[in-house]
Design a binder for this molecule. Structure first.
Ligand code: API
Length: 292
């Protein structure tokens, strides 16, 4: 089966975008893995699918699959690219688009400077709702936040890593590091991603605080490995940093793929807002193998 796709990227986090507004393609997890494959397919961190409005007051549905083929709740950089896609392809003329995801409704807004701002909803710090199994663990309180000791079996590090756990609709474990460039992302990222205390696995964030308004971040993503940027990871890291009393309400997040700006009041009922780039790279078509 031949399908059309659009390749996009937001701060270097890259996507294959599929249009199912005119009908379902009927793809399987194996097809998503094939499309994400950087040697045999197109190559992407995630596959984003555009579907028609599911309800009154909602403009589109937004479906996200990781490179490993698994469907996930949320993707921040993808949300910006989603908005850019539906505008550039003439699927809407709106500047602010209401989009249904597995994690709820988000509202990307296309701004005059070409960037996109997304209301990413409120952060969730309750361990059970991340979800994170905290049984038998004693958190260390800091500011209004907490850090949990996470023992990493098989890592060279003896001492457990201290992580803040946050959900932005998808789960994140954020640790503070002195220097993201020397952080053991490749070694400990996979151990955190599949740690048994995260029943749905987890995105592992490595946060270096430069000052109260500037941070550097690397993320080993659930189902994709380290990406050049992670939008929900930036939201989770800044929200955790604000709760720990380390950051102000508006933070520039320098990722390896580009700059994201995150704003949050610090009130749990308030949304986190993310602003960043969204770029259409090329349109293409590809023959999907019957049994990839
Ligand atoms: N790997 C993530 C999904 C993509 C998130 C990231 N690409 C973003 O921009 O938020 C997860 O499994 O929850």
């Amino acid at each position: 089966m031949q399908i059309r796709f659009t390749k996009m990227q937001g701060a270097g986090n890259d996507f294959v975008v599929l249009d199912e507004t005119q009908g379902r393609l009927g793809l399987t997890p194996a097809h998503y893995r094939f499309l994400a494959d950087r040697h045999f397919g197109v190559g992407a961190d995630q596959i984003l699918t555009v579907r028609p409005s599911p309800a009154e007051g909602i403009d589109f549905e937004y479906v996200i699959h990781n490179a490993d083929g698994g469907e996930v709740e949320q993707c921040g950089n993808g949300a910006r690219c989603f908005a850019r896609y539906v505008r550039d392809k003439g699927l809407t003329t709106k500047d602010t688009i209401r989009v249904q995801t597995l994690a709820g409704v988000i509202a990307p807004q296309l701004t005059p400077d070409g960037r996109v701002t997304v209301d990413m909803g409120r952060p969730e710090f309750d361990a059970a709702r991340v979800p994170f199994d905290a049984a038998g663990l004693a958190p260390v309180a800091q500011g209004l936040g907490q850090k949990w000791p996470l023992a990493l079996a098989g890592s060279a590090q003896d001492a457990p890593v201290m992580v803040a756990v946050v959900s932005m609709g998808n789960p994140h474990a954020v640790q503070l590091v002195q220097d993201v460039d020397t952080a053991p992302v490749a070694q400990t990222g996979p151990l955190i991603e599949s740690h048994p205390r995260f029943p749905r696995r987890v995105n592992a964030g490595y946060l270096q605080i430069v000052d109260r308004g500037h941070v550097r971040l690397r993320v080993f993503e659930r189902g994709a490995g380290e990406t050049l940027a992670c939008g929900t990871g930036a939201c989770a890291a800044v929200a955790a940093g604000i709760r720990l009393g380390l950051l102000d309400a508006r933070v520039d997040v320098q990722t390896r793929g580009g700059l994201l700006t995150i704003a949050w009041s610090g009130q749990e009922a308030d949304s986190v807002f993310m602003t960043g780039p969204a770029t259409l790279v090329f349109d293409g078509q590809i023959e999907l193998p019957d049994t990839p």
